[in-house]
Design a protein around this ligand. Structure first.
Ligand code: GRF
Length: 203
């Protein structure tokens, strides 16, 4: 399974993917890492792993659609089977998503459809929920609105602040993302008209 990873920052989810490939837990290959920020640590993680890494600056493009067209031209050049948004902090233009529907996934730190957008842990604490977590979903034109593929749940504990909750969720994001990508590698996940189909029976 050829993966292209989009990341804007630290890249701990990217690192979880790279580590799982190294241990054999994930039967995939990261063929390129792309960022909207030249200083993203994720790019350095890619280079350290000998993987092509490229930053494109939104400021160099006249519009979001122009940036996304350039970004996905670079992504297409490495011919990925699946694009993984892992800490990618930009909305992707609908015209860039449309031809790739079912081939772009995102990991979002909430139990979607709850708490879309940013500062999800702050939202969860403010809402006073007892449970929080992370979701891997297909990317559509609606921010964090695509069909959910898999989720991981964590308790919200008394005394939790945003940092504590974020750490508890992040620790579950990594195995969730790896396990979900492994389902793709085993061709067990399909996005059909009526939603996500996961074939868990397959040997
Ligand atoms: C993760 O919590 C991810 O769910 C969210 O931003 C964070 C990125 O972390 N989109 P990292 O860059 O993968 O460490």
């Amino acid at each position: 399974l050829r993966l292209a990873v989009l990341a804007s920052g630290r890249g701990s989810n990217l690192q979880a993917i790279l580590d799982a490939i190294d241990t054999g837990a994930l039967h995939a290959r990261v063929v390129g890492v792309f960022s909207d920020r030249a200083q993203a640590q994720a790019l350095q993680r890619a280079r350290d792993a000998g993987i092509p890494a490229q930053a494109l600056s939104p400021g160099c493009f006249a519009s979001r659609p122009a940036f996304d067209a350039a970004l996905f031209a670079a992504v297409d050049a490495v011919a990925p089977d699946l694009v993984v948004c892992a800490g990618y902090m930009r909305l992707i233009d609908a015209d860039a998503i449309a031809p790739r529907t079912g081939r772009i996934v995102n990991i979002h730190p909430s139990l979607l459809p709850a708490f879309k957008g940013l500062h999800t842990h702050r939202q969860a604490l403010a809402a006073g929920v007892a449970e929080h977590g992370a979701s891997v979903h297909f990317v559509t034109a609606e921010l964090d609105g695509g069909p959910v593929i898999a989720q991981a749940r964590v308790p919200v504990l008394a005394g939790d602040d945003e940092t504590a909750l974020a750490e508890r969720v992040l620790a579950r994001e990594h195995p969730l993302l790896v396990a979900t990508l492994q389902l793709f590698a085993q061709r067990r996940i399909m996005l059909r008209e009526d939603g996500v189909h996961a074939d868990h029976e397959q040997a």
